[in-house]
Each structure stands twice: as structure tokens, then as C-alpha cells.
Design a protein around this ligand. Sequence first.
Ligand SMILES: [Mg+2]
Ligand SMILES: [Zn+2]
Length: 249
Amino acid sequence: MPAAWDVLSDADFILMKTDTLKIVVFCDFDGTVTCRDSCDDFFRRFGEFDIHYACLAAGQINVAEYYRRVCASLPEDLSNESVEQFATDCEVDAYFGEFVRFCRDKSLPLIVVSDGFDRYIYPILRQIGEKVEVKCNILNGSQPVFPGASESCQCFCASCKRNVLLGISDDTLTVYIGDGLSDICAVEYADVVFAKGVLAAHCNKHKIPHHPFRTFADVLHILRKHFENKTIRRRRQAELKRLAAFEAE
Ligand SMILES: [Mg+2]
Ligand SMILES: [Zn+2]
């Protein structure tokens, strides 16, 4: 698969050595770990998805307000058994488990950053049988809580993923893997980007160098090559963006 960044010159990248470098991997959940958008599917199954999502899609409400409305439409007696059944029905990328083990073998911290909810994310992850750190929204009964909400970012999400990346120290290389609108604010600050779907289209449009991927098999293939060659290329633009974000705070 051709990497979209091959069209850029070497001046756009800084070559780093993988054996001395600290690397942190960030990964989206809905549509990236899972094959479909599990957040939409969760509300489709248990709440009134269509009517509230239509307001969001029409730009009448923002993501936080959409979540408030669609969470309020969930039944009060939504049982853990129903959510477990939902988790069983969700299809997960067949190579994600292998990817989690790869990160552990290479001592790369892996953090799932999601604008979805703990209520279904943990049951799905339990099915994979791997422990993964997760930063996501919390469903408190039928009320959403957004621990990662940000006022300084105009992103299409309730919890901002950009701020999670900005919390990483500068001597650490960040890898970001995602597929959707909620990943857009984060990828500009990530050193190495893997993108599919809407996110890949956004990266192409805005000339953000990225590796297109279909499944975690592609991600594994590329990262393994970097570790074999002992080098990885850091995006110079990401470094400049991070600096600018700190100066603006
Ligand atoms: Mg997604
Ligand atoms: Zn943001």
C-alpha cells in the first residue's frame, strides 16, 4: 500500500531511532478497534438514535448536546446483560489483539482515546481478553459525562483527543490510529498517523502525511518494518503545531 507521505520531501520529516526513542500509541475505538461505529450502533439498539443524530448531522446541535439527548433516550433499566450481548455482537478488527500484544512486547504504551462511552467500550475490550488503557466519556445512568471536554479546541467531539496528545512530553514520539471526525483535531499533533475512512479523506485534503490502512494487520506490518530498520520518521509539522498550541494556551 503506498504511503501518502512519500510525495513529501525529507525536509518534512525528522529521522528517529526506534531503539532509543520513547513511543506512545494512541488509538481511536469506534470504527477503528471495532469494524463499525459501535457508539452509533449502541444508541441505535438501545435509544432513539435516528431522530437525535439527524439534528447533529444537520448542524443544529453539537456533539455534547447530541450525547445528552440520545443518552436521555436510553431505557432506565438498561441491563448489563443486554450490554454484554451488544458487545458480543460487535465485530472487532481481527488483528487488534495481536496489535495489543505487539505494543506490549515493544514496551509501547497503548492508549485508546474515544469519544464514545465506557458502558460498551469495556465490555467489548473484555471480549478481546487484553487490558488496554482507555480515555473516554462516561455514561452515568442516562447522563453523559465528558472528562476530556476542551474549550480551547473547536473539534467535532465531546471529549477532545488533541489535549491527550498535548499532554505527552516532547521527547516522546506519538503514533495515532483512527478513522473518523473525532480524530481530526488530534492527528495534526501526531508524529506518525495511520488513517482510514473519513479521517484518511481529511488527511488527503489537508496534506497531512499518513499511512492509509484497512486493518491492524496493515498497521502491524508498517510498524514492524520500522522496528526492523530501527528508524521512524517524525512529522516536522506535528512538532510545530504542538509548539503553537502551547504558545496559544
Ligand atoms: Mg472512530
Ligand atoms: Zn479537539
